[in-house]
Design a protein around this ligand. Structure first.
Ligand code: MGD
Ligand code: MGD
Ligand code: SF4
Ligand code: MO
Length: 677
């Protein structure tokens, strides 16, 4: 019989990914038959990334893998024993316990973690209205990822989410990608946008690892991990010598440059090469290309995930200021392009006005400590977030999650390492099952997420789960019950794209504005002084030094390796780790070092090694590659602990080390010993 389709639904991938691909879902008999690329989408071209092509056609549409009914714990914490209950029973049971917690301990004793499970506007944010109403403590989501970088760019440029518009790349003659890996984290940007750019611009990559984007660059500066601030100052020194510093731009549009002059003068690349690991000639060449411009700077999230991440970030962010490479087409810097610069009312979306009890934010670096202490936490919600895989202090966190008196509610698509510890597991619908809006964070665009099929069993979108819980709590505030349709209409009005939802859904993705966005045009900067803040007392108040410092981390102590655990091309954070095909692609959990490093240690590829430090230990297979420099070990994030023999992933080695600003994740600063088994 011919395989006839009922319809093809055009939608958007809402993963935490620079690409925000256009997706087509083939539907037959009301069920998803196949998920594929929307070839007409400007970024996606003809294919989804490998991981989504597998997982969206595998675990994500496999009813045996998905959660389909609310579950209530029936064994001891962490045993993973549950019984199915009705929504009414689940909501009544949770609400009764929450009411008692609020009465006895107050709203702030309820902790909630959420992050990148889905990044669509409603499913990613609407539940915050409930948590604001109840007065819960938010575990600051950015502290597990990119908070240090946000704090720095906010102080320095007045915004961290107002990056260059990729459409202006035609005007650029140079792009520096510093501490980002588009080949894994934005595969279509790597394949198409960078390729197009290279027709008229030089590509410089600064990264300890020679990943595929670095390998394809005109210049790869294989910096020692944590030596980026000193390398940035070395580039400034070279630019100064080549007459490429823009003193008049600095005088007009920046304050505090005088406080770094002496360090720029001292950072001669010939003198710093030993500490940065980068040859002086390469630094001179990079400085020439960048300084001549027009130049773009892409600052990765991996870059700031180190103990000195704040100082590193502000030192690298000096480049556009010192070379006058900002405020015009073909110039500027990019971290993430945020929703507020497209007119979205984020406070309204998150229901900030519903909060009456102030609650301090907690860092993910303190999560285990906060959860093991009954005085700090009586209840926990985890939604859009798999803390038992993604957060630091993995062993300590699991012990804390075993607390019998901690009410834990998890909202998920799958049974994960985190849901196993929950008292209630609430089944969430996936992006294929409801309408929403996606704001890409690379492109200034607006995309439709269009529901294609019914959610499995009784699962519901995040937002509907929290509407039901608000009702069970007896809350009556109207914003807690706003419908998806009204929310979407509100977004479209705020974004000012001039078309209705039906038209957006038909087109899939539209540019936010027809004309490219030029951030900080004028130039004008939304800092208190209206100028780029290089050095001032504001930095001291934030806990950093008055001026950026031309420093590099010391090399690891004798015998130790610096362990980097960036994104894996086959995983999306921990998502997809439960897909059988993805698991096959991933193979055994392994750590990669340089062959010379292995040789020196008398180790061989394929053998088992133990990684160990003060936080924990992990047994993995050794792999060698000269893409990893000596002194460094590479072990990507995102494995599912429950699928590993030892029940742990790389975060078992993470003792909660934090950045110098923002109490954020310094996971790339971890050091380990490597022991042959
Ligand atoms: N070692 C190491 N650890 C790291 C990092 C690192 O570089 N190294 N990076 C960190 C970074 S940058 C981040 S952002 C964090 C990310 O950490 P997480 O936020 O834990 O990211 P995911 O693993 O994608 O987990 C999201 C969970 O949400 C679920 N989910 C997906 N869609 C939905 C939905 O619609 N509703 C609900 N309720 N759930 C959904 C998925 O099934 C998944 O289990 O990890 C951090 N951890
Ligand atoms: N396939 C895939 N895509 C993803 C994700 C995923 O897990 N998988 N995660 C998503 C999320 S949550 C995020 S935050 C983004 C992250 O995307 P990116 O910003 O690209 O961040 P990472 O992959 O964590 O790290 C990028 C690079 O930082 C480098 N790095 C580490 N230490 C240093 C250092 O000291 N100096 C310099 N210069 N570089 C260093 C690493 O070697 C790595 O190549 O990607 C998103 N996209
Ligand atoms: S994860 Fe990224 S690359 Fe993969 S389909 Fe989604 S948006 Fe595209
Ligand atoms: Mo992230």
């Amino acid at each position: 019989m011919p395989d006839t389709l009922d319809r093809v639904v055009k939608t958007t991938c809402p993963r935490d990914c620079y690409d925000s691909c256009g997706v087509l879902i083939d539907v037959r008999d009301g069920a998803v038959r196949r998920v594929r690329a929307d070839a007409s989408h400007g970024r996606t071209h003809g294919a989804l990334c490998g991981k989504c092509a597998l997982a969206y056609n595998g675990a994500w549409i496999d009813p045996r893998k998905r959660l389909s009914a609310p579950l209530r714990r029936s064994g001891r914490k962490g045993a993973g024993a549950f019984e199915a209950v009705s929504w009414d029973e689940a909501m009544a049971g949770i609400a009764a316990r929450l009411q008692s917690v609020v009465a006895r301990r107050g709203g702030p004793s309820i902790l909630q973690t959420h992050y990148t499970g889905t990044c669509s506007l409603i499913a990613g944010n609407f539940p915050l209205r409930f948590f604001n109403r109840i007065g819960a403590t938010e575990v600051d989501p950015d502290t597990v990822c990119n908070k240090a970088g946000h704090e720095v760019l906010q102080l320095m440029y007045g915004s961290s989410t107002f990056g260059f518009d990729p459409r202006t790349s035609a005007d650029a003659r140079c792009l520096v990608v510093w501490g980002a890996n588009p080949s894994a984290c934005g595969p279509h940007i790597h394949k198409y946008w960078l390729q197009e750019l290279r027709g008229h611009a030089k590509l410089i990559v600064v990264d300890p690892i020679r990943h595929d984007t670095a390998a394809s660059a005109d210049l790869h500066l294989a910096v020692r991990p944590g030596a980026d601030a000193l390398l940035a100052f070395s580039m400034l020194h070279a630019m100064r010598r080549q007459g490429l510093l823009d003193e008049s731009f600095l005088a007009a549009h920046a304050e505090g440059w005088d406080a770094v002059r002496a360090q720029v003068d001292a950072a001669d690349p010939a003198l710093t090469a030993k500490r940065t690991g980068v040859d002086a000639a390469l630094v001179e060449e990079a400085a020439r290309w960048y300084g001549r411009g027009p130049s773009l700077l892409w600052m990765g999230q991996g870059l700031q995930r180190q103990a000195s991440g704040g100082n590193v970030f502000r030192s690298v962010a000096l480049l556009p200021a010192a070379a006058g490479q900002v405020g015009r087409a073909g110039t500027g810097l990019l971290y993430l392009n945020g929703a507020a610069h497209r007119g979205l009312d984020v406070d309204r979306l998150c229901g900030s006005a519903l909060r009456s009890v102030p609650a301090p934010a907690v860092s993910h670096m303190d999560l285990a400590a906060a959860l093991e202490d009954p005085a700090r936490s009586a209840a926990l919600f985890t939604w859009n977030n798999n803390i038992a895989a993604s957060s630091p202090e993995q062993s300590r966190l699991r012990r804390a999650l075993e607390r019998e008196d901690l009410l834990h509610v998890a909202v998920e698509l799958f049974e994960t390492d985190t849901t196993r510890f929950a008292d209630y597991v609430l089944p969430a619908a996936s992006f294929m099952e409801f309408d929403d809006v996606v704001l890409p964070y690379f492109d200034y665009a607006v995309s439709a997420q269009v529901g294609a099929a019914a959610a499995p069993g009784q699962s519901l979108p995040n937002q509907e789960i929290f509407r039901r819980l608000a009702r069970a709590m007896g809350y009556t505030e109207e914003p807690l019950f706003e419908s998806d349709a009204a929310l979407i209409e509100g977004f479209i009005a705020e974004l000012g794209i001039g078309i209705a939802w039906s038209e957006l859904a038909r087109r899939g993705t539209v540019p936010w504005r027809e004309q490219p966005v030029i951030p900080f045009a004028g130039p004008a900067f939304p800092t208190p002084g209206g100028r780029i803040d290089i050095a001032s007392e504001r930095w001291v108040a934030a806990g950093l030094s008055y001026a950026p410092r031309a420093e590099a981390d010391a090399a690891p102590a004798q015998g130790r390796l610096r362990l980097l655990s960036p994104a894996d091309g086959w995983l999306m954070n921990s998502s997809y780790g439960n897909d059988a095909e993805i698991a096959r692609q991933l193979g055994a959990q392994s750590v990669r070092i340089h062959p010379a490093e292995a040789g020196r240690r008398g180790l061989q590829a394929g053998q088992a090694v133990r990684l160990r430090n003060g936080a924990g230990e992990l047994e993995v297979t050794l792999d060698t590659s000269d893409a990893v420099p000596e002194g460094v070990a590479l072990l990507p994030k995102g494995r599912w602990p429950m699928r590993e023999a030892q029940g742990a992933n790389v975060n078992v080695l993470h003792g909660g080390v934090r950045t110098d600003v923002g109490a954020s994740n310094a996971v790339h600063s971890i050091e380990v010993e490597m022991i042959a088994l």
